[in-house]
Design a protein around this ligand. Structure first.
Ligand SMILES: NC(=O)c1ccc[n+]([C@@H]2O[C@H](COP(=O)([O-])OP(=O)(O)OC[C@H]3O[C@@H](n4cnc5c(N)ncnc54)[C@H](OP(=O)(O)O)[C@@H]3O)[C@@H](O)[C@H]2O)c1
Length: 307
């Protein structure tokens, strides 16, 4: 059985990947104390010990605003570590799957972003993630870089959980309406990643990853919406199942969510106004088509009932 080394298994995407990758091989998932990506020596030691066939790296420094102050730490984890993973993968003839972000773009493009569009990150987090992509590309190793956006799920710190918490506490809220993107469910990222890997490098035999499919891909749920639109949709989906699930009524209604501009909600890190990524390349290469963002949201809200 092939060995898959998975980082970040406590995170939103890593948690789901640990489950989605299980049918493809033996998943070994050290935590951030056992495998600290801020420490290149530790990375080398753990990898040489495990000797995986495939490394999957969803771990990242994801505190976008804090990264403006912790520039070096964000760069070490997001920028330097992926290069070390790539070098080690090359040494042991392993393949690497890495995750990146819409924040490598500045958001000024009128339409959805393709993989070939020029990057221009607006903040420290985006710069560190772009450095990670470039560090991998600089190493001659079979790799996939999967850029995703606006990740959420039933676990972890994310916009959906924040909105539901606030909706239980207050009856008015202002949410930014001039940034658009595609909210993407962590489970759909993980399942699409597992499908992609299965087609890219079949784990049941010794076949190497298909060289012509290596590269960078966008992997998000489909469609686009503003943060204000997502907030309203979250409450609508909650309300749609509230009665038959016997859930409490929320204090906040969609009508009471006020749309505001980014300028009215200043944050330490600048964010792209347009985060929409075009998934066409992934669909053409691997036949993996992602559902609409709203469908994912509906399923997540429904799943909360079982928790
Ligand atoms: N969240 C989003 O909206 C979003 C959007 C676009 C792209 N992405 C990208 O998607 C990927 C997955 O994001 P996510 O939302 O699943 O992240 P997340 O929930 O914040 O999880 C981050 C993971 O990274 C681990 N980690 C942090 N520092 C580490 C270190 N020094 N050494 C080893 N592991 C460390 C964390 O471990 P601990 O729990 O032990 O700290 C955690 O398991 C990342 O590459 C991210 O850049 C995310």
């Amino acid at each position: 059985m092939k060995k898959i080394l998975l980082t970040g298994a406590s995170g939103q995407v890593g948690w789901e990947l640990r489950r989605a990758l299980a049918p493809l091989g033996q998943v070994i998932a050290p935590n951030s104390r056992e495998l600290d990506l801020a420490n290149p020596d530790t990375i080398r030691r753990v990898l040489r010990d495990v000797r995986p066939h495939l490394i999957v790296n969803p771990a990242a420094y994801t505190a976008v605003d804090r990264a403006e102050d912790e520039v070096d730490l964000a760069m070490a984890i997001n920028g330097t570590a992926p290069g070390v993973l790539a070098e080690e993968a090359r040494r042991m003839h392993a393949a690497l799957v890495h995750f990146s972000t819409d924040y490598v773009f500045d958001g000024s493009k009128p339409g959805s972003y393709r993989e070939t569009d020029p990057t221009n990150p607006l903040g420290s987090y985006g710069r560190s993630k772009l450095a990670g992509e470039e560090a991998i590309r600089a190493v001659d190793v079979p790799h996939l870089i999967l850029r995703t956006s606006w990740v959420y799920g039933v676990r972890g710190k994310n916009f959906m959980r924040t909105i539901l918490r606030l909706a239980g506490e207050r009856d008015a809220l202002s949410v930014v309406d001039d940034q658009v993107g595609a909210p993407t469910w962590s489970r759909m990222i993980a399942e699409a990643t597992a499908l992609t890997i299965a087609r890219w490098c079949p784990m049941s035999n010794n076949q190497a990853p298909l060289a012509e499919l290596c590269g960078t891909y966008h992997l998000t749920n489909v469609g686009q919406v503003s943060w204000h639109g997502v907030a309203c949709a979250i409450l609508e989906e909650y309300e749609a199942v509230r009665e038959y699930r016997n859930w409490p009524r929320l204090m906040l209604t969609p009508q009471a969510i006020q749309p505001i501009t980014t300028a009215e909600y200043p944050t330490p890190a600048k964010r792209p106004a347009n985060s929409v990524l075009d998934n066409g390349k992934l669909a053409r290469a691997f036949g993996v088509e992602m559902p609409e963002w709203r469908e994912g949201l509906r399923m997540v809200v429904d799943e909360m009932a079982t928790l």
